[in-house]
Design a protein around this ligand. Structure first.
Ligand code: NI
Length: 167
């Protein structure tokens, strides 16, 4: 396994739309293992392949406290959603930034596991938020894009300034 490099906002590659996985090959299993290791090491609660510059529909999530409930979703698709909830979100691609985002409260997601078997996940609360956040990444969307244009441009300026200072 390996720790992968995580793209940092505002990197244009974060806006790439991921393609579905067609075949559950060894390279997909290696990607999943590396992504899980990268997420746990960060530490973070979720990671999408887009964030490690692999543009395939793969996400890993673990919102459990003991960090032992890894959810791997390949080609995830939200088949139903209901309600509204607002959680404060962060992202490994936007370190140090936490903002409230409104999303569906409950979702049902269909996906493939690493063996290529279909499964359905019903999620609510923080897990539902997390899965929606990661699926957004696969569609090329970073959570800060839910903020107003003004907030987004202030945020970009702050990040670029901070990066310059740490070089
Ligand atoms: Ni993220």
């Amino acid at each position: 396994m390996a720790i992968l490099k995580i793209l940092q906002y505002p990197d244009a590659r974060l806006h790439t739309v991921a393609k579905p996985v067609r075949e559950m090959s060894g390279s997909v299993r290696k990607l999943v293992a590396d992504m899980a290791e990268t997420m746990y090491a960060a530490p973070g609660v979720g990671l999408a392949a887009t964030q490690v510059d692999v543009h395939r529909q793969v996400i890993v999530v673990d919102v459990s406290e003991p960090r032992d409930r890894l959810v791997v979703m390949i080609n995830p698709e939200i088949i139903s959603s209901s309600g509204e909830s607002v959680h404060e979100e962060g992202c490994l691609s936007v370190p140090g930034v936490y903002e409230k985002v409104q999303r569906a409260e409950r979702i049902t997601v269909r996906a493939l596991d690493v063996q290529g078997n279909h499964f359905t996940l019903e999620a609510d609360g923080f897990l539902a938020t997390c899965v929606q956040h990661e699926i957004d990444h696969l569609n090329g969307k970073v959570f800060v894009e839910y903020l107003s244009q003004l907030k987004q441009s202030r945020l970009r300026a702050r990040i670029i300034k901070r990066r310059r200072e740490t070089l």
